[in-house]
Design a protein around this ligand. Structure first.
Ligand SMILES: Nc1nc2c(c(=O)[nH]1)N[C@H]1C(S)=C(S)[C@@H](COP(=O)(O)O)O[C@H]1N2
Ligand SMILES: [Mo]
Length: 323
């Protein structure tokens, strides 16, 4: 019998958030006796990872690790974390790493506007030279019930807040991804509410755990992971972690984020990880760890409850935090 080994992109988890399809395919592969091989050899799954050596910030890395932030589980292999991505600008599936190489990350600048003392446009390399860079190992939990443990380099979001000098009117920080239909073919799909937008309360943005990742595995962050800068708020579901940011707007009003606009019942503003609140279409009680491919129990606030639960004691009485 001839066994056709599927190409990596045929193994993709369907990004319309349908975890079930992937499991079925895995079961089929297991039946063929090649499931284990694929799980053990990430190279088989890879679509080639782009070199980052042409990135002008390469000399900044690696940066010193802040050991206050440890993963608590094995690190996800770099190859998996850089070839299994969600980045709808480049396609609504997981194998966008090649397509994302079309993104031009220089020149790049971020606009800081809204409720601030003074609007600023800052060049990325200028920003990187002004921020205290450090490495942190974070757990990342996607709402689709898979997770990874990755070493991000970057800086605390509160440092950017300090630089921005928000006025007393600012209650939310809104973050936006670049818009360019030429390179991001996903943005030609007009039914999505581009640009990708996310937001945090000012209290969340000022929290020690809220991080801007500019590096990954001791190198500049690859394009597919959100170069040159993306949000990392590990107690929240992955969709909050907006990539390739170009704008930080301080606002009196709470924004409506990308996924909220698409489906308010499934993706809320707070999106704090909670194993007890089901996604309308699947349970959130467990997650598939990409490092081991094992199902593990999901923890409240993705295991960061001690750090962040205090943020929600007041709000929690008024509105659902886990949507
Ligand atoms: N601009 C943008 N940011 C995004 C997304 C996206 O589609 N577009 N997907 C989000 C989702 S659902 C997840 S799980 C993470 C995935 O990050 P990673 O590919 O670096 O693991 O990015 C988030 N940030
Ligand atoms: Mo996600």
């Amino acid at each position: 019998m001839l066994i056709k080994i599927r190409k990596s992109w045929e193994l993709s988890e369907n990004a319309v958030l349908d975890e079930g399809k992937y499991l079925n395919r895995r079961q089929i592969l297991k039946g063929l006796g090649i499931g284990g091989l694929i799980a053990a050899s990430p190279s088989i799954l890879s679509n080639s990872v782009a070199a980052t050596s042409d990135d002008p910030s390469a000399h900044l890395y690696p940066v010193a690790r802040n050991t206050a932030y440890e993963g608590g589980r094995p690190l996800t292999p770099e190859k998996i974390a850089t070839t299994y991505n969600n980045f709808y600008e480049f396609g609504s599936h997981k194998e966008i790493s090649k397509a994302a190489q079309a993104l031009k990350i220089r020149p790049w600048s971020v606009l800081i506007d809204g409720e601030v003392e003074q609007e600023q446009q800052i060049d990325i390399d200028d920003l990187l030279s002004r921020m205290p860079l450090e490495e942190r190992i974070y757990r990342h939990r996607c709402v689709e019930a898979w997770s990874m443990v990755v070493p991000y380099s970057g800086f605390a979001l509160k440092e950017l807040v300090k630089l921005a000098k928000p006025t007393s009117k600012a209650r939310y920080l809104i973050m936006q991804t670049f818009e360019d239909k030429e390179v991001a073919t996903g943005q030609r799909q007009f039914w999505y509410p581009w640009p990708y937008t996310e937001g945090l309360s000012m209290e969340e943005a000022a929290h020690d755990l809220a991080f801007i990742a500019t590096g990954l595995y001791g190198k500049p962050i690859p394009k597919q992971n959100g170069a040159p800068l993306r949000l990392a708020v590990p107690w929240k579901y992955g969709f909050k972690h907006a990539k390739s940011l170009v704008r930080f707007t301080f606002s009196e009003k709470r924004p409506v984020s990308f996924w909220q606009k698409l489906n308010e019942n499934e993706y809320g503003f707070w999106a704090n990880v909670n194993p007890e609140v089901r996604h309308p279409r699947w349970s959130q009680a467990t997650e598939r760890d990409l490092a081991t491919n094992e199902r593990i129990p999901t923890q409240f606030y993705n295991g960061y409850a001690e750090e962040v639960a205090g943020l929600y004691t007041e709000i929690g009485k008024k509105e659902p935090l886990f949507k």
